[in-house]
Design a protein around this ligand. Sequence first.
Ligand code: NAD
Length: 259
Amino acid sequence: MKGRNAVVTGSTSGIGQAIASALAAAGCNVMLNGFGDPSAIEATRREMAEASGRTIAYAAADMSQPSDVRGLMEQAANALGPVDILVNNAGIQHVAPLADFPEEKWDQVLAVNLSAAFHASKAVVPAMSTRGFGRIVNIASALGLVGAPHKPAYVAAKHGLVGLTRSIALEVAQTGITCNVVCPGMVMTPIIEMQVADQARVTGLDPEAVIQGVFLENQPIRRPVTAQEIAAAVVFLCSDAAGGVTGAVLPVDGGYTAR
Ligand code: NAD
């Protein structure tokens, strides 16, 4: 994978940051993206560049905006060279009963978790196809395979991402491009920490009880999956060795969807 150019959306935190770091360690130049404190992002970028010896760039594109998504792909090509690897990881959550679910949250969750992957893939596939190589990995969720109450937009977006993956995989099957989707179980990152805090407030339970009793109840390994475990699966799917794997839906969910 040495010298491959990768874009990882939503890589200023959590799973995306672990994926970016693992791809850099495997020899890729990486375009980081996402929100956060500029000095913390710059420190992460520099640290990754120093540890890997690769080119690590950053662009603050907003994945809810199609023009920003297209712009990110152009910025990546300018900073690194042609994009070989696209990891559509940026994601947001909103939890509310259907009757109270704000319409703007529905639009926002669909835009970041699903539509951004469409716009980004659309932007990079033609050049990947011309070069005869490409790797697109989408980060969905165990909730791309099964439902959950109070998360209608997230569950719909992640199921949509599984379908988008299969459609793209079939369309580009003879071009050297693969398109796969990883479905993480519960990983302790800010997106989950916020939900743990919310649940703790609502239920009066302490956060550890919420983690064990609510979030890990359906995860048979009874521990969070680590961001590094997700990243290892992504690195495999991006490797030459995974050239025969396309349209695959890979749960890395501690058994969440096994029953
Ligand atoms: P996180 O909140 O730690 O990271 C999300 C990243 O996306 C951050 O870098 C954030 O800045 C970025 N982001 C959010 N909105 C954006 C926007 N509009 N434009 C650009 N960047 C944006 O969350 P995470 O847990 O690392 O989640 C990463 C992916 O994994 C998401 O798609 C999430 O749905 C999925 N996932 C997470 C879990 C889990 O348990 N943590 C489980 C299943 C799936």
